[in-house]
Design a binder for this molecule. Structure first.
Ligand code: HEM
Length: 459
């Protein structure tokens, strides 16, 4: 790893400067934001600046920069202004948007739920929801579906059931739709230069406001029902775990407002990303019949006609390699931001306090200095020997350092279970074999032209 040391002489960050603002906006419109960033990166190198409207951002692509920002100089970066809209409209003080001591406390409290042992407890929920989903696909066999909708359906159900075990399917569907209204509103508002003030509760402001009230009331109700029961009778789900948890230093319980924020955070962070990963995995399998064949051989050999156990998952390493390679080429979170809270220097370039630095799994994962034929989908990169030989920060689909994704084990485990159970029975095909997804960024990695696929039962 190269070291990044402060220097007395700074050079200016390369990149397009203000006279080209409109030029940049036109380019983004035409190519999509990710392709625009890709082209700027190839032109200016691993550390460069872009300016869109009044906003300047520094892109840091080299794996050493990822290490520098997330680990070596992590005290110089935090989640501040870049997260204000999400904090205010969606996640409040939940662990994804909290900062400082509040974040540390919540992270410490919640980490035990997401260790490999903690996550294994959710296996029965995953298997049950996957079985229901299989019945849905059996009835749709032969028809064309939008694959993302299908994957969202099953991952949303798994995360909601992991949070609130006892609720009826109907109630969970209503909750899902209301939280999705909130997510949609937040993500569009973030990118809008002109915004209606929030107190004007008309149009989409009104829809957001009503959805938010219902979500808050629903969660408050579930909490109240549990409090009315003896603790031993609480269902063993994420909400009960959070309600039972006590801070190890102060002995304090989590407040109702924070229980609500954390529930929304888990739902927000915990289903769309996994759904997108699985969608791109189906795409990659349809495009690479050799990989699909090897994956199905592994699944058939290990499972026969059973559902997977935890032991089985360990005996299906190739299935996990396919998921890891999908997360390399199609990272569901292609960009994430950090705000510099003090001046810093990266590679001889000054990063001023208050500026926003963007890290990009999407670009780092395509870095030709660290990946051979980066655009090629190749699960062989993930054999234990080859994985150990990689630069440790050339791959960061879940971010890195202390703010690494809390649900990374949950997500890999869930994807492993779902892919094994579904690929044992189905071999989805692209509705149009020439379909090439137009990748772009809309909060997460999207395909602008969708992912229409046909559900095909395996012979
Ligand atoms: C393929 C699936 C997933 C991907 C690619 C992903 C990626 C990420 C990334 C890049 C971050 C850092 C975001 C930032 O700093 O702004 C993050 C944070 C987080 N993720 Fe995930 N995630 C996934 C699944 C999940 C799941 C299933 C859960 C929960 C069950 C989850 C919970 C969280 C939480 C709570 C944080 C905030 C952690 C903190 O700031 O301390 N994620 N995730």
């Amino acid at each position: 790893m190269t070291t990044i040391t402060p220097s007395a002489r700074f050079t200016e960050l390369p990149g397009r400067k203000s006279p080209f603002i409109f030029d940049a906006a036109r380019d983004i419109q035409r190519k999509g934001f990710l392709q625009f960033l890709h082209d700027e990166w190839r032109r200016h190198g691993d550390l460069f600046q872009i300016q869109i409207g009044a906003r300047k951002m520094t892109l840091a692509i080299h794996p050493d920069h990822v290490h520098h920002i997330s680990i070596a100089k992590r005290e110089s970066y935090d989640k501040r202004e870049s997260y204000d809209v999400v904090r205010e409209l969606l996640l409040g003080n939940g662990v994804l948007t909290a900062t400082g001591e509040a974040w540390r406390r919540q992270r410490r409290l919640m980490s035990p739920f997401f260790t490999p042992r903690g996550v294994e407890q959710f296996m029965p929920v995953m298997i049950r929801d996957a079985q229901q989903f299989i019945a849905r696909w059996q009835s749709k066999a032969g028809s064309v579906v939008e694959m993302l909708d299908e994957m969202m359906f099953v991952t949303a159900s798994i995360i909601l059931r992991s949070l609130f075990t006892t609720e009826s399917d109907e109630t969970l569907l209503e909750l899902k739709s209301d939280v999705e209204t909130m997510i949609q509103f937040t993500s569009t508002r973030q990118n809008k230069p002109l915004r209606l003030p929030m107190w004007l509760k008309v149009g989409e402001n009104g829809r957001y406001d009503r959805a938010r009230r219902r979500v808050y009331a629903y969660i408050q109700d579930v909490i109240a029902q549990r409090r009315a029961m003896p603790v031993e009778r609480w269902p063993d789900d994420l909400l009960s775990k959070l309600m039972r948890a006590r801070d190890e230093e102060t002995g304090e319980a989590v407040s109702d407002a924070l229980l609500r924020d954390e529930s929304i955070t888990m739902f927000f962070a915990g289903h769309e990303t996994t759904a997108r990963t699985l969608t791109f995995a189906w795409y990659a399998l349809a495009k690479h019949p050799d990989v699909a064949c090897r994956l199905r051989n592994e699944i058939d050999t290990v499972l026969g006609d059973r559902e997977p156990t935890i032991e089985d998952l360990k005996r299906m390493p190739y299935t996990l390699q396919v998921i890891k390679e999908t997360l390399r080429l199609y990272p569901a979170a292609p960009l994430y931001a950090r705000d510099a809270i003090q001046d810093d220097v990266i590679g001889g370039k000054r990063i001023t306090a208050g500026s926003t630095v963007i890290l990009s799994p999407y670009l780092t994962h395509r870095h030709p200095g660290f990946w051979e034929e980066p655009e090629r989908f190749d699960p062989e990169r993930w054999t234990p020997e080859r994985e150990a030989a990689q630069h440790p920060y050339a791959y960061h689909p879940f971010a890195a350092g202390q703010r690494i994704c809390l649900g990374n084990t949950f997500s890999l485990f869930e994807s492993h279970v779902l892919l094994a159970m579904l690929a044992r029975r189905f071999a989805p095909e692209l509705a149009d074999p020439r379909h090439a997804p137009q990748l772009d960024m809309a909060g997460t990695l999207i395909s602008r032209n969708g992912m229409p696929m046909r559900i095909v039962r395996r012979a």
